[in-house]
Design a protein around this ligand. Structure first.
Ligand SMILES: CC(C)(COP(=O)(O)OP(=O)(O)OC[C@H]1O[C@@H](n2cnc3c(N)ncnc32)[C@H](O)[C@@H]1OP(=O)(O)O)[C@@H](O)C(=O)NCCC(=O)NCCS
Length: 177
């Protein structure tokens, strides 16, 4: 099974259709057009097997303010493994490839885990953010209490985040984190 790392710009229309189909299936119809858009414009990790696309994840750049600095943040999106090959290590392989991108190119790694995804990330050392979560909305900074508890971080170049400090995500349509 080969793992391919590619920027969105290097993926053809058929590649993108296959990724979207994998995500629609994996999230059981709960994967919106905005969720799809959130995973574009960065680096994708794709694993293929004899049956086609088996696993996917992406890391895109966001800005997160922490202790007065807007950190260049590699944000993990759209991680999914085809149902028939789960618990065979593919989620881990995809995440490991995205972590290498984060560690070399970003100050910080971040993601919002689904209930199903959380064990994958904690097993790999991602740390649940215990503090408050904010975002810079068009009307100013707003708190996102519903997202608190679901955010996981991976310190990269910036060193470990301080739970006493704030976390302010840049804004976007759809789910902000
Ligand atoms: C979450 C998901 C990507 C995991 O993919 P996977 O290929 O099954 O994960 P792996 O086989 O690499 O698992 C690696 C480790 O993560 C942990 N883990 C993964 N899924 C787990 C689960 N459902 N329950 C408990 N631990 C789990 C385990 O430690 C596992 O190691 P082990 O199998 O040796 O015990 C997959 O279940 C999926 O596509 N779910 C639907 C979409 C989704 O929720 N995506 C995540 C968005 S944040």
């Amino acid at each position: 099974m080969t793992l391919r790392l590619a920027h969105t710009a290097a993926l053809g229309p058929a590649d993108l259709r296959h990724v979207r189909a994998l995500l629609d299936g994996a999230f059981g119809g709960d994967f919106s057009d905005e969720d799809w858009e959130h995973g574009l414009g960065g680096v994708h990790a794709l694993v293929h097997d004899g049956a086609g696309l088996a696993a996917h994840g992406a890391v895109v750049m966001r800005r997160v303010r922490h202790r007065g600095r807007w950190l260049r943040t590699g944000y993990v999106e759209a991680v999914a493994v085809r149902a028939d090959v789960r618990r065979t290590g593919l989620g881990g392989r995809v995440t490991a490839a995205l972590e290498r991108v984060i560690d070399r190119a970003y100050d910080l790694g971040a993601l919002c885990a689904s209930d199903e995804g959380a064990p994958l990330y904690t097993a790999r050392g991602w740390q649940r953010w215990p503090g408050r979560v904010h975002a810079l909305s068009p009307d100013g900074i707003v708190r996102l209490p519903d997202e608190e508890g679901g955010v996981y971080l991976r310190p990269a170049l910036a060193g470990p985040p301080d739970p006493a400090g704030e976390l302010v995500f840049d804004w976007r349509d759809g789910d902000v984190v």
